[in-house]
Design a protein around this ligand. Sequence first.
Ligand code: GLU
Length: 484
Amino acid sequence: MIHETPRVRFAPSPTGYLHVGGLRTALYNYLFAKKNNGTFILRIEDTDRKRFVEGAVENLINSLQWCGLEFDEGPGKEGSYGPYIQSERLDIYKNLCNELVSAGKAYYCFCTAERLDALRQEQEQNGKQKMYDKHCCNLSDSEVQANLANNLPYVIRMNIAPGLVVEFDDVIRGHISFNSEIIDDQVLLKSDGFPTYHLANVIDDHMMKITHVIRGEEWLPSTPKHVLLYQSFGWEVPQFAHLPLLLNPDRTKLSKRQGDVAVEDYRSKGYLKEALVNFVALLGWTAGDDREFYYLDELIEAFSLERVNKSGAVFDLQKLSWLNAEHLRKKTSEELLPFLRETMAEKNIPAEKFTDNYLTHVIDSMRERVQFIYEIVENAPYFFSAPQVFDESVIAKRWNEKTPELMQQLVEEFSKLSSNEKEGFETALKVVAEKYTVKTAELIHPLRLSLSGVGGGPGVYDIAMILGKEESINRIKTAIEKIK
Ligand code: GLU
């Protein structure tokens, strides 16, 4: 029986980190669930013991939570259908698999690795498709019992009848049909007593009352086996939706070799979660217009599975950086402050030297000029320490023999200021310009160079205001001394 409201799951294998492709799958499941008042479930598929990584589950959950994708049921949030970690459900798989054996839909297979190798070789030589030859399907009951009594290692295989056409509808890819001739007698239960992905996945999707299976396209070839399994159990088949592949810019399959694939890498590189989620949402989906900027709640509103594309989605880092800048601009300086403090800590800039008030002003002056918060520290180091060197090309262009005297006058005028208001610095500079009948530019550029050591950045009066009167004066004095 299909639930009235959808139940969907993200079912990662805990291989160490959350892959951006996994994030996309999780996000689409989440959006679909939230849009339709459904339930989003996290299930850990950890039946491949060889691939087990310590701490991987915690890591996955952390990454999902960082992105704001709270699951409704899952490890640590037991609903009515747990446990949600497959290695805690082994008896369920074993018992149900035995039922399939009793019904003749699955069978014990005692073939040794040597026999299977030889079979494969022979099939290869004869140009045949490499498939199990059902050898053990033909064992008599008494042979099976004798083998079991002798403790021969075994697996349990699915008994797939030839000549069937397996059909299903995929929400994204439409009607799909496979001929059972090309479907191997899939191993369901391994010799270590663990289920294979296929068995555990189908049993859990059924028992957890999953209505829609939304997952990556790489699972499409497995789906006919799953459909046959549902049929063998006599269970209703869920809706399938296979999401397009993620591609590198050269249209090869997204790989570690061409860039970061772990969510935590993007996090530690200073991407905002809002930007990453927004970006990942657009990998294979659009609302059908040009809109690209979304918050999570707006994505929930706009999302539909029907609008997911079939063709591969290119992972375009430039777009991610652009979205990062867009999201950054929408945040208040107070919201961005922790990010700046984090970067400062990474770069060993002493936190106690700077008040929150000072740093929010720094952010205000820089936010339109950066895509990432760390760029504030990299592009405007002068807010964190006085310049030690002065850009030679700016000196050559902007500093002449008159400049030291002008700068000295500026020091005098600045000294008279009673506050750090921007306008005060501006008026003081104009007073000096008038007194010496020079253009303000003849003062502005050397002042900027004195305060920052470079020729670009936020407005010079903003810099003076942020640094304050004392510090600005000190820096001008140093520049007069150092620049020859
Ligand atoms: N455990 C599979 C994976 O790691 C899940 C595939 C599915 O969603 O069915 O991607």
